[in-house]
Design a protein. Structure first.
Length: 242
């Protein structure tokens, strides 16, 4: 039997293939088939309005097939979406061509690697239900530092992902035959690894940012064909100057 490290390495190698398969099927993970904008986007827009912030250039990391990038483009924002899945990016381009006069830019790339953008290029970086798949410490550090690098001074980082008490995560921890509870890593039925974190965890990881607003969203959602009580942590963080 493979040990945890071997399973983790194998799944990291296959992550692109696994996400391509998920976007082709659109049947397991809610973000691949939902047509509605993430709650976190409205949370961010409300924050911008409340504080009279005129920010225009957004980077959507783990953008999928444009679920959030396309609506934001329609609102007049300049959006660059990046995703590891070629299938997702292709779907996003096709949807944008049908729905947008001004189209977002979609590129294939990993948020666990150096980002192909200039320093201080974006006003906002969004990480919406994507960070949980980063379980390797080097990848996490790279993501943290690259997010900080590409943001303008006082730029904002939007984080939105599973909280510790999310019922889907708890259920998968119980059912998964290859989960490692000591490491906190869980696997979807298709083999995609993920990890839940609380606000304290995120603030510790992203210590080059300051939290300016946060909320836990609770709602019902379909995952892997079943309805769960979701608990999703949303945080808006401001870039600290070094």
């Amino acid at each position: 039997m493979l040990n945890f490290e071997q399973i983790s390495k194998k799944n990291r190698m296959n992550s692109k293939k696994l996400w391509d398969q998920e976007y082709q099927s659109k049947k397991n993970i809610a973000s691949t088939f939902k047509g509605t904008v993430s709650r976190s986007v409205q949370f961010l827009l409300d924050y911008l309005k409340k504080h009279d912030l005129n920010l225009e250039n957004f980077l959507d990391l783990g953008c999928g097939n444009g679920r959030n990038a396309i609506p934001l483009t329609k609102l007049g924002y300049n959006i660059v979406g990046m995703d590891i899945s070629k299938v997702a990016v292709k779907q996003g381009v096709e949807l944008a061509q049908k729905e947008c006069s001004q189209q977002p830019v979609f590129i294939v790339g990993s948020m666990a690697e150096s980002l192909p953008f200039r320093a201080a290029e974006f006003d906002v970086v969004m990480d919406i239900t994507s960070f949980d798949i980063l379980i390797n410490q080097k990848e996490i550090e790279c993501h943290k530092n690259e997010t900080h690098r590409v943001l303008k001074p006082d730029g904002l980082f939007l984080y939105y992902d599973m909280a510790k008490d999310d019922s889907y995560a708890i259920d998968r921890m119980t059912k998964s035959s290859i989960s490692d509870q000591n490491c906190g890593v869980i696997y979807t039925p298709t083999g995609i690894p993920f990890k839940t974190r609380c606000q304290k965890d995120i603030e510790s990881i992203f210590n080059n940012f300051k939290t300016v607003s946060s909320k836990v969203f609770r709602f019902h959602d379909k995952m892997d064909g079943e309805i769960y009580d979701r608990s999703i942590l949303c945080m808006i963080m401001k870039k600290r100057s070094k």
